[in-house]
Design a protein around this ligand. Sequence first.
Ligand SMILES: Nc1ncnc2c1ncn2[C@@H]1O[C@H](COP(=O)(O)OP(=O)(O)OP(=O)(O)O)[C@@H](O)[C@H]1O
Ligand SMILES: [Mg+2]
Length: 684
Amino acid sequence: MKVHPQIYIILTLPRNIYIMLAGFQDLTFEFGARAIVEEATWHIHPGERIGLIGFNGTGKSTLLKLLAGEYLPNAGTVERSRTTTIGYLHQDLLSFDTQESILQVAMGAFERVVQIQKDIERLGIELEQTEDEKKLIEYTDLLHEMDVLDGYNIDHKTEDVLHGLGFKQEDLGRPYKEFSGGWRMRVLLAKMILMQPDLLMLDEPTNHLDLPSIEWLEKYLLHYQGAVVIVSHDKYFLDRMVNKIVELYQRRLNIYTGNYSYYEKEKLVRMEMQQRAFENQQDFIRQQERFIERFKAKASKAAQAQSVQKRLDKIERVEEASIERPNIRMNFNVDKTPGKIICSIQNLSKRFGDIEIVNGAKAEIERGDKIALIGANGKGKSTLLRIIAGREDFEGERNWGHNVEESFYAQHQLESLNLNYNVLEELQMAGSKKTDMELRTVLGCFLFSGDDVDKKIKVLSGGEKARVALAKTIISKSNFLMLDEPTNHLDMHSVDLLAEALDKYEGSLILVSHDRYFISKTANKIWEIVDGQVVEFKGGYTEWVAWKERMALKEKAIEKDGEAQGTRHEGQGKDGKAQGTRHEAQGKDSKAQGTSLPTEGWGKEREIEKAKKKLQRQFEELESKIAVLKADKTKAEDALADPRIYSDKTKFQEAEKTYQQINGQISTLENQYEKIFEELMNLG
Ligand SMILES: Nc1ncnc2c1ncn2[C@@H]1O[C@H](COP(=O)(O)OP(=O)(O)OP(=O)(O)O)[C@@H](O)[C@H]1O
Ligand SMILES: [Mg+2]
C-alpha cells in the first residue's frame, strides 16, 4: 500500500502546536568522560512524527532514556509537561522477561485500574468484618474512580486489541516468553495502544518484524493520534512514517523538517553551505594571521595586532564539512575448502503443537551457495536455520559434507552475549585460539579501539553489540555461515559494508533477513517454505521477484481463460479467489501479489507487464552502473590514501573532489535503485 504522509499531516494537524509534550533545554549528557550530547535543545509537540537517526553508538537510545526519565542529565533540563504520558518501547525488548501471559502483559496498560480492583477486593473483605466509616468512604471513592476509568471493561478491551493484532483467543493465556521477537513486540505495542500515551517512543521497532508486520505497524502508526518518535535505520519505513528528522551527529542535534529523503537532500545542501562558510572563514583567518605576523614586532602596531589576535581567538570556528562515518572493516576469511555438498536434509519434519513448519522436506546446500530464506513471520525461517545449525530437535536426516566448518549467527545473537564480560573477554571466549593482540586487531576493524575493548557488553548500544557478535563470527574463519537477521541494529552504512563483505566471502552461507535491499545484494539462491516443503529458486532476489510476477500473471491468465469460457457473468475474479487457485509453489502468503494485480482485463495487465519489464531493465542497468561506480569509489579511496597524492595539496583536493562526486552519484543512483525496487514491489 502506498501511503501519503502529507495527507496525514493535514488530517492530524495538532490542535495546539505550541504545547510542548516533552523535550530538552540546553541539555548535556555524559557517560564518564564521554559526552553523548552537548547543549542540545529539542521540543516535541503534540501530533509530531519524528525520526531520530544517527550512526550506531551515537546515543539515540540514550536520548530516549533521558526523555523517559531513566537517566538524568549532567547539565540543562529534560522538560515534560505534568500531564504528558509516555509509552517507550526499548530497543532490547527481549531483555524484558516475565512469567506472565500475554494477556497479563498487555493489561499492564491499566496499572491503576488493576490496583483499584485489588484494593476494592481487599476493602470488601475487611468491611464484612468491621464497620469502619473511613474504610467505607475509601471503598465508595474507589468504586467511583473505577467507573470514571471505565475499569470494568479492561479485559474486553485488551482482548479486542490483541485479536486485532492477530493473536488467537487460545494464545492469550500462553506465557509471553514463549513468543518470538515479532510477536512479543506486538504484545508490548498492544499495551501501548491501550495506554494511548501522548508520546510514543519506539526504538528500532522494525528489527523484530517481518514485512507484513512492518506494514501492519505502518498502518497503525498512521492513525495514531499522539506524537511519535521512532529510532530506525530503515529508510523506507522512515520515509513513510515521519515528517521530521532529528539527527544526532557529533554530540549535536540537527533538526530537519521533512522525511528521510528530504533529510538526505537537505543535508547535502547544508554541508555545501557549511563548507563555503568554512572556506570563507579560513580565508579571513589567514588574512588576519598575516596581519598579526607582519605587525606584532612593530611597536606602533603591536597593540592593534594583539587586539586582532584576541578577536581571532574568540571567533567561533566553523568546522570543515565532512562526514565522519563509522567504517567497519569486515573480511570473512575461510580456512579450509569444503566438499561440493555443504549440508543436505532429507525427509525433515518439524512441528510446534498444531503448527507445522516442515513436513518431509528435502533440500541441499552446495558449495558457493548464498541462500536467502524468505517468507512471513511464523513460517519457520529461523526454526529451519536453527535445525540446520543443530540448535533445534527435528525428525528426519541432516548430513554435513566433508570439511565443513560452520558458524551460526542467531536472530537473538545479541542476547546470547554475556552481559558481564567486556568486549575483549567476549571474543576470548569464542575459542579462536587467537592471541589478545590479534583479537584487539580484529576489534579495531569493528571500531573498538583502545579502552573500548574494556567496555562491558551490558553498556553497549544495539549496533555495538551486533558488531561484537559479527566479530565473533569472523574470527571463526568458517566456510559456512548461518546468519539470522544479521543487519538488525546496524546503521545503513554498516549494512552496506556487511553486504559487500558477504558478497566477497568465498564460503557458502544461508541467511534470513527482512531487508530486501540487503538480500538483493547478497543472495544467489532463494529458499521459501511453502506448505511444509523447501522451495528453491536458483537465482538472486530480483530474478525471484520477476519470476513470481510471471507465475502470478500466468495463473491469472489461466483463471481469466476459465472465466471467459463459462463464468464471466459472475464478474471479474476477485483477488482472494485468484490467490486461492494459485499454483502450490506460489504459497498462500503472497499477499502483495494478490492485492496489487489489477483485475480489469487483459489490456491493463499487458500494460502492467510492460511497465514491469521496463522497470526490470532499468533496475538491472542501475545495478551495473552502481557496481562500476563502487569500483571507481575504491580506486578513489586508494588514491586518497596514496602518499604521492595526499602530500600534494592540489592533487589531494582533486582526488577528494572526485571521491565526493562518485559518492554523490552512487547515492543518487541508489536512491533511484530503491525507488524502482519499490515500484516493482508495488506492481507485484
Ligand atoms: N551505562 C553506560 N555506561 C557507559 N557507556 C554507555 C552506557 N550506556 C551506553 N553507553 C555508550 O554510549 C554510547 C551511546 O549508546 P546508545 O545505546 O544510546 O547508542 P545508539 O545511538 O542507540 O546506538 P545503536 O544505533 O547502535 O542502537 C555507546 O557508545 C554506548 O557504548
Ligand atoms: Mg540504540
